[in-house]
Design a protein around this ligand. Structure first.
Ligand code: NAI
Ligand code: MG
Length: 349
């Protein structure tokens, strides 16, 4: 491939199972022999305990210069340890305002294939909490500009990916100002996309419908806290956190990660399911315009999972490293139809 296609990515393994799942993803990436250079950066809670910093300025700079970041997970200790979450530090420093979480089932009998767009910078997560006489109160910030930004991301994604419908999820019947504004701005943006059907749901009813009839959803567009809860819940529809990837997108930077955390209960035991991180890698490859390779990865994962070659969380017996080897074997031998819309058949060695 020509040099001008070359991409630079930073891998941030982080804590717990982060290093295990990113090692697996890196092995998959290497198999694809793409013109991508890697740098592996230290960061996270264990790094903080050793150095007093969540991430060094030099590593953060390399992340900012990279075309994309692949992130494992970090541990957020309970209580006030002084540690600043690596996830939040990256979201803030790189202005990653849009969180995209696809929920796709590998089960041939299931029709779950939806994508959640979650505003990533405001809502209750501005973390402005104040003491009041009998407890605390917290700020829920919703702005026109941030709402418009995430709405555009969702509608343009829907158009570019032939998705038929966007559902705006809110609670404007109770939160008339904040959710009211979010709803209003989303409908304004929707009017620029007459080709996409727009619907709205109250968040509580939405969760119920999501569980009763997930196939009725396509793209969901919502605020930060609702999106956080909805997307973890939706992950349960397709086999849990081991299968759920996410992307954090800003104007200039993009970070891809499994939705799960550092899973201290299984860390260091070679038990983690690396699928979520590998699916995040596929999202990253799509972002870097390696769309055929992204669909090859998904195709190979589907083959493995459908024939029951899975890690323990999905009822299988494979260790993380064994699952990775199986996947690499599948990628090397499998012939898959490219996802690029044409009829090209691509074969890896
Ligand atoms: P978690 O996602 O780490 O684990 C929840 C449960 O799911 C555990 O039983 C774990 O073993 C299982 N699990 C998660 N990922 C798995 C995988 N790939 N394969 C197999 N099983 C998997 O969430 P938890 O336990 O609430 O948090 C643990 C730590 O991670 C905490 O310090 C938390 O703050 C942090 N966290 C970090 C995130 C991030 O860095 N993006 C996101 C969520 C939590
Ligand atoms: Mg969450």
């Amino acid at each position: 491939m020509s040099q001008n296609l070359s991409r630079k990515i930073c891998i941030l393994p982080g804590d717990g199972i982060g290093p295990e799942v990113t090692t697996s993803a890196l092995a998959v990436l290497r198999t694809l022999e793409l013109p991508i250079s890697f740098s592996i950066e230290a960061g996270g809670y264990e790094h903080y305990l050793e150095t007093g910093q969540t991430i060094s300025p030099a590593s953060l700079k390399r992340c900012m210069e990279a075309d994309a970041i692949l992130y494992g997970a970090n541990t957020n200790p309970a209580g006030d340890s002084g540690y600043q979450s690596l996830t939040l530090l990256l979201r803030d420093s790189l202005a990653l305002h849009g969180n995209i979480r696809p929920v796709l089932s590998f089960d041939p009998d299931s029709a779950v294939d939806l994508v959640i767009f979650r505003e990533n910078s405001e809502c209750l997560y501005v973390r402005e909490e104040r003491e009041i006489p009998d407890g605390y109160d917290a700020t829920r910030r919703i702005t026109r500009s941030a709402s418009e930004r995430i709405a555009r991301l969702a509608f343009s994604y829907a158009r570019e990916n032939s998705r038929r419908q966007v559902t705006i999820v809110h609670k404007a019947n109770v939160l008339r100002k904040t959710c009211g504004l979010f709803r209003e701005v989303c409908f304004q943006v929707a009017s620029e996309y007459p080709d996409i059907e727009v619907r709205e749901e109250l968040v509580d009813a939405c969760v119920m419908k999501l569980f009763l009839k997930p196939s009725s959803f396509d793209v969901l567009l919502t605020t930060n806290l609702f999106g956080d809860i909805l997307s973890d819940a939706a992950a349960a529809l397709v086999g849990g956190l081991g299968l759920a990837p996410g992307a954090n997108i800003g104007e200039r930077h993009a970070m891809f990660e499994p939705v799960h955390g550092s899973a201290p209960d299984i860390a260091g035991k070679n038990l983690a399911n690396p699928t979520a991180c590998i699916l995040a890698t596929a999202m990253m490859l799509e972002h870097l315009q390696f769309k055929v390779e992204a669909s090859r990865i998904r195709g190979a994962l589907k083959q493995l999972i459908q024939r029951g070659a899975t890690t323990r969380d999905l009822g299988g017996t494979l260790l993380t490293s064994e699952f990775t080897d199986e996947l690499i074997g599948e990628l090397r031998t499998q012939t898959v139809r490219s996802g690029s819309g044409d009829d090209q058949i691509s074969t890896l060695r």
